[in-house]
Design a protein. Structure first.
Length: 737
C-alpha cells in the first residue's frame, strides 16, 4: 500500500522484464520489494533480485525482503535509538535472518538452497539519515537537501563478474550509516535500472551517477514528482510508472524494481552539474548515444544486429579476437550477462551458423537452451547471419569443482543428478556434445551445469556436410569412448560421435566428481598394464553403494567395445536420485563434506584417503592432489618418499626442541605477568580511594534536582552501553569470533 500522508512518502514497483515475459514458457518476475512505515513515521525499505539461473529465485527474493523488514520492524526500539553500532548490528542480524529463512524454505521444499538465490538491499530512513545493508548488484542512491546526489553502494561481484548474492554470507555484506548531510530522498533499484543510473561508461569519472536520469525519479524540483504529497498522489504516480517504465528503459529487458523514499517537507536545492551527455559521447565515441534516448534528444546509428525475433543489439567495446576462427567478441550495450561473437566478413561461415541455429532452435523446444552458452543467431540489417549471442556464465570449472576438498559429497551428488537431467534434454533435442570433458562444463552456484563451446556440438539430424568440421585437436582424448579413440588421427571427428560416446564420457566425469578428482584411468589407459582393469572400481568399493558401483562397471568396463551396454541417463538419474535422498550427514566430520548413503552403517569417508586435504592443512613438501589427473609413472616418487620421510623426521625433532624452548619462555612470561598484575591491583586500590574522596566533595556541591538528572543520565547511558554490548555479543557469535 502506498503511503504519503506522513512526512516521508514513497512509491515502489516491481515489474516483470520483457525477456521473461516473452520467454516460452514465460518466466515470472524474480524481483521483490517491501516498504514498512514505523509508528514514528520512519520507513524501512528492501529490494531483492532473484538470480535468473535459480529455479525458485522469485521465492527467495520475496522471503528476503519480507523477513528482513519484519525483523527490523520487530526491533523498532533499537532503530529509534539510532546508535551507529547497534543499527549496523541489527541490519546484520536482519540479513542473517533472511538467509536462514531461505535455507529453511529450501529444506522444507526438499530443494537445493541454490534454487533460491537472491540479492538483498535494505535502507532505514528517518527523513534525514540513512542506515543501509547491501549484498548483490543492485544499489542505493541519495539526494541531499543541498542538491547533491550520492551513491551509497557498489555492485558486489567477484573477479569473474559473478554477483555475490545473499547466500555468499557476511564476508560480502556491507552495512553503514549515511549522515554527512540531510538526505531528502532515497532510491533503491535492482541491477537492470541501477545500471542505467550508474552506467559503466562514467563509472570512473568524478560523478558516476547519470544525473539527468536519476533526477526525474528523486528530485521534487522536477515536474514528474513535485506534486507528490498525499497518499493518493503517490499511488497514482506508481500506477503511471507501472504503465510506462518499459518505455522509459527500452534497453533493459531484465525485471525492474525501484523504491523511492521522499521527505515531502524538504525541497532540495538545484545544483548545477556539468553536461554529462557531452562527456558520455566523448567517452564512448558515439557508440551508446541512444542507450539513454529517453533522457536526451539524440539517436545516431551504431553497430546494430538483430536476433530472429527482431530484438536489437548494440555492440560496444571489442573484448577479444580469435585468429584461428576469425571471430570478434564484443560487449553489448545495456547487457551485463551476454556478449556478441561476430565472424569476419571474409570468412565462409554460413553452414556453421546454420548448424548453430539448428542447435539453438531445437534446444528451445524443451528448455535445454537454458544450459547452453549460446542463445540466438545475430543478423545484420540485410538479414545475413553474422554471428551469435553468447551468455556470460557465472560458476566454477568442472575440474576445479571436482578437486575442491571442501565441496561436499552431498553437493557432488546434486551436481551429478542435475547433469543427467540436463544432458538428457540435450540428447532429446538432437544434440550430441562430443567432446564432453571438464573444460567444456561450468558448475553453477545452483549445482547445475552449463555447457560451453557449444558451437562445436554435433546436431544429429543435420546433413553430413564436410562443412561441419570437428578437428581432432579440439578433443580431450582422456574422455573418448573406446570405439572412437583410434580416430584421433583423422581430420574430422564430426560423424564419429554419438549418444553412446557421450554416455562413456559421462561415466568418467561422474567418477571424477564423486571421488574428489580421481580419474578412472585404468579403464582405457594402455600405460597401466600392471593394474587390473577393475582397479578403479576396487578403490571406491568401500565408499560407493552397490547401485552406483554397478553403473560404473557397465559404463566403463563391461561396455568396452559394446556401447549399447552403457547405462542410460534415465538409469543414472534414477539411481542418483534415490541415493541422494538417502544421504546421511556424518556427525564426526568437522569439515562438513562427509555425506554417505544409508546402505552404510557408518561414514565410509572418515576412513577413506580419496578426499584430498585442504591446501592450508598440507605441508610445503607434500604434493598437491589437485594436479592434472593424467597417469604418470610413480616409481620414482616412491623412492623419493623415503628420503622425504627422513627429512620430515629431522624437521619434527627440531620442531619439538623449539616447542620446549617456547614453553619455558611462556612460563617465565606468566610469572612476570603475575607480578605486573599485583602491582596494577595496588595502583587501582589507591585510585579508588582517591575517587571516593572526590565523590564526597562532588555530592556536597550538587543540588537535589541535579543529582536526579545525573542519575537519570547515568541509567540511560548504562542501558545504551548494555544494549551495545548485547548486540556486539550477538554479532560476535554470528561472525564466529
Amino acid at each position: 500500500m502506498i503511503k504519503g500522508d506522513n512526512m516521508i512518502g514513497y512509491y515502489n514497483l516491481s515489474k516483470q522484464g520483457t525477456s521473461h515475459r516473452d520467454a516460452n514458457p514465460p518466466v515470472v518476475c524474480q524481483d521483490a520489494n517491501k516498504v514498512i512505515r514505523l509508528e514514528n513515521g520512519w520507513v524501512i525499505a528492501a529490494i531483492a533480485d532473484g538470480v535468473s539461473a535459480s529455479k525458485h529465485s522469485e521465492i527467495g527474493a520475496k522471503i528476503a525482503v519480507e523477513s528482513s523488514t519484519a525483523f527490523l520492524e520487530k526491533n523498532h526500539e533499537i532503530i529509534e535509538a539510532w546508535d551507529k553500532e547497534s543499527l549496523e548490528t541489527l541490519l546484520h542480524l536482519s540479513f542473517s535472518n533472511a538467509k536462514i529463512k531461505i535455507e529453511q524454505r529450501a529444506k522444507n521444499d526438499k530443494n537445493p538452497v541454490g534454487d533460491y538465490e537472491t540479492t538483498l538491499s535494505v535502507a532505514i530512513y528517518d527523513g534525514k539519515r540513512v542506515a543501509f545493508g547491501h549484498s548483490g548488484d543492485g544499489g542505493i542512491l541519495t539526494l541531499s537537501n543541498l542538491g547533491a546526489f550520492n551513491r551509497l553502494t557498489t555492485a558486489q561481484k567477484g573477479n569473474d563478474g559473478g554477483v555475490f548474492p545473499l547466500s555468499s554470507g557476511k564476508e560480502h555484506w556491507i552495512f553503514d550509516i549515511y549522515d554527512k548531510e540531510d538526505v531528502c530522498s532515497v532510491l533503491l533499484a535492482t541491477d537492470g535500472i541501477y545500471d542505467m543510473f550508474c552506467p559503466s561508461t562514467i563509472s570512473k569519472t568524478s560523478n558516476p551517477i547519470y544525473i539527468k536520469a536519476v533526477r526525474w525519479f528523486m528530485d521534487r524540483n522536477q515536474s514528474s514528482i513535485v506534486e507528490l504529497n498525499t497518499d493518493a498522489d503517490f499511488e497514482k504516480h506508481t500506477n503511471d510508472l507501472d504503465n510506462k517504465i518499459d518505455s522509459i528503459f527500452p534497453g533493459v529487458s531484465d525485471d525492474k524494481t525501484i523504491i523511492v523514499l521522499i521527505n515531502t517537507e524538504i525541497m532540495p536545492e538545484v545544483k548545477d552539474y556539468p553536461d554529462q551527455d557531452q562527456m558520455i559521447n566523448e567517452l564512448i565515441e558515439q557508440k551508446e548515444r541512444n542507450l539513454y534516448s529517453n533522457f536526451k534528444n539524440n539517436n545516431q546509428s551504431v553497430n546494430r544486429y538483430y536476433d530472429s525475433k527482431g530484438t536489437e543489439y548494440l555492440l560496444d567495446a571489442e573484448l577479444s579476437y580469435d585468429e584461428v576462427t576469425k571471430t570478434h567478441v564484443y560487449s553489448i550495450s545495456g547487457y551485463l550477462d551476454i556478449v556478441a561473437k561476430i565472424f569476419n566478413d571474409d570468412v565462409s561461415h554460413a553452414d556453421h551458423l546454420t548448424k548453430i541455429n539448428s542447435i539453438i532452435e531445437n534446444a528451445k523446444k524443451n528448455s535445454a537452451i537454458e544450459y547452453l552458452d549460446i542463445s540466438s543467431i545475430l543478423y545484420d540489417n540485410n538479414g545475413k547471419p553474422v554471428g551469435y549471442v553468447m551468455k556470460i556464465i557465472r560458476g566454477v570449472g568442472f575440474e576445479e569443482c571436482c578437486c575442491d576438498p571442501q565441496f561436499s559429497w552431498e553437493n557432488r551428488m546434486a551436481v551429478a543428478r542435475s547433469m543427467t537431467k540436463i544432458l538428457h534434454k540435450m540428447h532429446k533435442s538432437g544434440i550430441i556434445v562430443g567432446d564432453l570433458s571438464p573444460k567444456n562444463i561450468i558448475v553453477t552456484p545452483q549445482k547445475n551445469i552449463v555447457l560451453i563451446n557449444c558451437d562445436r556440438y554435433i546436431f544429429n539430424t543435420a546433413n553430413n556436410s564436410a562443412d561441419y568440421q570437428y578437428p581432432a585437436k579440439y578433443v580431450d582424448g582422456a574422455y573418448l569412448a573406446p570405439e572412437i579413440k583410434y580416430d584421433l588421427l583423422t581430420d574430422n571427428l564430426y560423424n564419429k560421435f554419438s549418444i553412446e560416446s557421450d554416455l562413456f564420457a559421462i561415466g568418467i566425469l561422474f567418477y571424477q566428481l564423486l571421488t574428489f578428482g580421481n580419474h578412472p584411468s585404468s579403464s582405457y589407459c594402455s600405460d597401466c598394464k600392471d593394474e587390473p582393469k577393475h582397479a578403479f572400481i576396487d578403490k571406491v568399493a568401500d565408499v560407493f553403494p552397490e547401485t552406483i558401483l554397478s553403473l560404473f562397471k557397465r559404463a566403463l568396463i563391461e561396455s568396452d567395445g559394446i556401447s549399447s551396454n552403457r547405462p542410460s541417463l534415465k538409469e543414472w538419474h534414477s539411481v542418483l536420485s534415490k541415493e541422494y535422498n538417502s544421504l546421511i550427514k556424518c556427525e564426526n566430520d568437522k569439515t562438513g563434506t562427509h555425506y554417505y548413503c544409508d546402505s552404510f552403517t557408518e561414514c565410509p569417508w572418515c576412513k577413506s584417503d580419496l578426499i584430498p586435504k585442504p591446501p592450508e592443512e598440507r605441508s610445503p613438501d607434500q604434493e598437491d592432489p589437485n594436479r592434472d589427473y593424467e597417469l604418470t609413472e610413480i616409481t620414482e616418487e616412491k623412492k623419493e618418499e623415503k628420503k622425504e620421510e627422513k627429512k620430515e623426521e629431522k624437521k619434527e625433532e627440531k620442531q619439538e626442541e623449539k616447542q620446549e624452548e617456547k614453553q619455558e619462555e611462556k612460563q617465565e612470561e606468566k610469572q612476570e605477568e603475575k607480578q605486573e598484575e599485583k602491582q596494577e591491583e595496588k595502583q587501582e586500590e589507591k585510585q579508588e580511594e582517591k575517587q571516593e574522596e572526590s565523590n564526597v566533595t562532588y555530592q556536597n556541591d550538587t543540588s537535589e534536582p541535579e543529582k536526579k538528572e545525573l542519575q537519570l543520565i547515568y541509567i540511560i547511558g548504562s542501558a545504551i552501553r548494555g544494549l551495545k554490548e548485547l548486540f556486539k555479543a550477538i554479532l560476535s557469535k554470528i561472525r564466529g569470533d
